[in-house]
Write a protein that binds this ligand. Structure first.
Ligand code: ATP
Length: 508
C-alpha cells in the first residue's frame, strides 16, 4: 500500500486533504491525474449501466434532504458502529476492527496487545516487546508463534483480560472502554434557526435519494417495472477509524442502482444476473477476473428485510475486502417511505393488469448493486501497478514501473512526441496531430528529453500509447510510430490507421 500511496502523491493522483495544514484524516484530494482516472471510471459505469441499457435511467439528487428520510431508512436509529475509546490517548476505534494477540513471556500468559485489522506482524511484535518492558522483565522470551497465530476478536476478550491489554496505539495497559454505539452520520444545521428542528444530515449513501424519487420518475412515464434508477454522488460517513488510504474515508463517492422488480419476480435469478453483470463490468475496466471473489452473507446475519446479499471482494493491498455490495432488499425502503411520508409508493402495473396477473398494484422490491468510486479507483490502481525490465536509451535493461490501466479509464489515452524539438517542420506536424487527437481524447504533449525517458514517464502514469513523429513521417510517407505500453512493441501506422486503432482500444 505504501508504494501506491507514494506513487499517487508523486505523480499527482491523490493528495491527503489539507496537506498544507498537516492533513485531515479520512479526507482526500484527487490531483490532475486522479481526477481524470476517477471521471473515467464514473463515465464508464454510467455508459454501461445507464446509456447502454434500455431499462435504467439516471438521477442526481441532493446531498442534504429532509431529515425524516433518514428516520424512515433506519439510519438515525441504527446506522452505527460499535466504538471503543482508549482512555489514555482518547483515540477511538471500531470494536469490530480491533483484535488482540496473546503475549506469553517465558512460557507464561502475560496479557494481550490490541491492534487494528491489517497491522503488520512486525508491528505486533514491537508492541509485545513494549508490553514486556512495561512488565519490567526486558529479558523475558516472547512466544512469537503464539502471538501471531490467530488473533482474538474484541468480543471474545473478557473484561479481566482487557485490563492486561496494551492499547492499540501502544498506550498504557488496560485502557479500553466497553464498546458503545456511534452513529456515523454527519450532522449539520439548515437555515438560520439554531434549534434542533433545523438539524439535518449529510447523506451516508446515495440510495435513499433514489427511493424518494421513485414516484417522480414513474410519473414521468418513461419507465416500467422491471427498471432501475442509477446515481453517482458523494456520501459522507463519520468513520471511527478511516484507514487504508482511500479504501475507507469519511467523504467518498458511490455509484448505486436500485433495480425495481415485481414482488413475485424470480429475485434469485435476477440477483445472479446482477452479480455477473457487475463482475463483467469490473473486467471491462481492466480488473483481472481472478482478483474478484464472492462473499455470500449467511442468512442468519442478514438484516430482517434482506433476502440475500453477496459482496464482490477484491484483493486489495491490505487484504481481501468488500468492493461492491449486491443486495436484495425486498420492499423495505419504499415501504418505509410510504409509512413515514404517508404517501403511496405503490406502482400500478399496466402490463399485469392486461394479462390479468395479480397483483396489479404493489410496492416494488429492489435489487441494489452499490459500489464505491474510490474503492474502484484503489482496485484499478492495485491491479494496474507492476514493475518489469525494459531497455534504457543505451540498450541496458533496467527496472520499469508501470500502471497497466485499461485504455478506457487511463488518465491520458496517448502521448504525442516529436522525435526532436529543434526541427520546426517535425514539431509542427506532431503538434497538428496532437491537436487533432485532443478534440476527442485527453492526450499528452511532450517534447523534452530522450525518447526512452519520455516513454518511461508515460509508463509510470499509465498512458497506454505513445506516438512519435520522426523524420520518416515528414520526409517519406507520413506514417508515425505507435508504441504499446505493455508490450513495448512499436509499429508504423498512417494517421487513419492510428485513429481507427485508438478508437477500437479506447472506445471499444
Ligand atoms: P464496510 O463494511 O466496508 O464499511 P459497508 O458494507 O458499510 O462497507 P455499504 O453501506 O454497503 O458499505 O456501501 C456500499 C459501498 O460503498 C461499499 O461497497 C464501498 O464500495 C463503498 N463505501 C462504503 N463505505 C465507504 C467508505 N467509508 N469509504 C469509501 N467507500 C465506502
Amino acid at each position: 500500500m505504501d508504494t501506491l500511496v507514494g506513487l499517487c502523491k508523486r505523480r499527482g493522483f491523490i493528495f491527503q486533504s489539507s496537506d498544507l495544514y498537516g492533513g485531515y484524516q479520512g479526507f482526500f484530494d484527487y490531483g490532475p491525474l486522479g481526477v481524470e482516472l476517477k471521471n473515467n471510471i464514473k463515465q464508464a459505469w454510467w455508459k454501461d449501466f445507464v446509456h447502454r441499457r434500455d431499462d435504467i435511467v439516471g438521477l442526481d439528487s441532493s446531498i442534504i434532504t429532509h431529515p425524516k428520510i433518514w428516520e424512515a431508512s433506519g439510519h438515525v436509529g441504527g446506522f452505527s458502529d460499535p466504538m471503543v475509546d482508549c482512555k489514555e490517548s482518547k483515540l477511538r476505534y471500531r470494536a469490530d476492527q480491533l483484535f488482540f494477540a496473546p503475549v506469553s513471556l517465558n512460557g507464561e500468559a502475560a496479557g494481550f496487545v490490541a491492534f487494528i485489522e491489517g497491522t503488520e506482524a512486525g508491528d505486533i511484535v514491537k508492541r509485545a516487546k513494549k508490553l514486556r518492558d512495561l512488565k519490567g522483565d526486558k529479558q523475558a522470551v516472547i512466544d512469537e508463534a503464539a502471538l501471531l497465530e490467530a488473533p482474538t476478536e474484541f468480543t471474545e476478550v473478557t473484561e479481566e483480560q482487557r485490563v492486561l491489554t496494551l492499547g492499540p496505539d501502544a498506550a498504557a495497559l488496560g485502557t479500553l472502554t466497553e464498546p458503545r454505539d456511534f452513529n456515523l452520520m454527519f450532522e449539520t444545521k439548515v437555515g438560520p434557526l439554531a434549534e434542533s428542528s433545523a438539524k439535518a444530515y449529510l447523506r451516508p449513501e446515495t440510495a435513499q435519494g433514489i427511493f424518494v424519487n421513485f414516484n417522480n420518475i414513474v410519473d414521468t412515464g418513461r419507465v416500467k417495472v422491471p427498471f432501475g434508477i442509477a446515481q453517482i454522488g458523494k456520501a459522507f460517513r463519520n468513520e471511527i477509524t478511516p484507514r487504508n488510504f482511500i479504501f475507507r474515508s469519511r467523504e467518498f463517492e458511490q455509484m448505486e442502482i436500485e433495480y425495481f422488480i415485481a414482488p413475485d419476480a424470480d429475485w434469485r435469478t435476477l440477483h445472479r444476473e446482477w452479480l455477473d453483470a457487475c463482475i463483467d463490468w469490473l473486467v471491462s475496466i481492466g480488473i483481472p477476473r481472478e482478483m474478484v471473489t464472492e462473499d455470500v452473507h449467511p442468512t442468519d446475519k442478514l438484516a430482517f428485510y434482506s433476502q440475500a446479499t453477496t459482496d464482490l471482494m477484491f484483493h486489495f493491498p491490505h487484504g481481501e475486502q468488500e468492493l461492491w455490495g449486491i443486495a436484495c432488499r425486498s420492499d423495505y425502503d419504499l415501504g418505509q417511505h410510504q409509512k413515514f411520508s404517508g404517501k403511496s409508493t405503490e406502482y400500478f402495473d399496466e402490463a399485469r393488469k392486461q394479462a390479468k396477473q395479480e397483483p396489479f398494484k404493489y410496492v416494488p422490491h429492489v435489487i441494489e448493486p452499490s459500489l464505491g468510486v474510490d474503492r474502484t479507483f484503489l482496485a484499478v490502481l492495485t491491479a494496474a501497478h507492476c514493475v518489469d525490465q525494459a531497455p534504457n536509451d543505451k540498450g541496458v535493461m533496467e527496472e520499469r514501473t508501470l500502471l497497466k490501466f485499461h485504455p478506457r479509464i487511463a488518465p491520458y489515452k496517448a502521448a504525442i512526441f516529436p522525435l526532436v524539438k529543434n526541427k520546426p517542420e517535425l514539431v509542427e506536424v506532431a503538434r497538428k496531430l496532437y491537436e487533432k487527437l485532443q478534440r476527442r481524447w485527453n492526450v499528452f504533449w511532450d517534447v523534452t528529453g530522450a525518447i526512452g525517458k519520455r516513454y518511461r514517464r508515460q509508463d509510470e502514469i499509465g498512458t497506454p500509447f505513445c506516438i512519435t513523429v520522426d523524420f520518416e513521417t515528414i520526409e517519406k510517407d507520413g506514417t508515425v510510430t505507435l508504441r504499446d505500453r505493455d508490450t513495448m512493441a512499436q509499429i508504423r501506422v498512417t494517421e487513419n490507421e492510428l485513429i481507427a486503432y485508438l478508437e477500437e482500444k479506447i472506445d471499444g
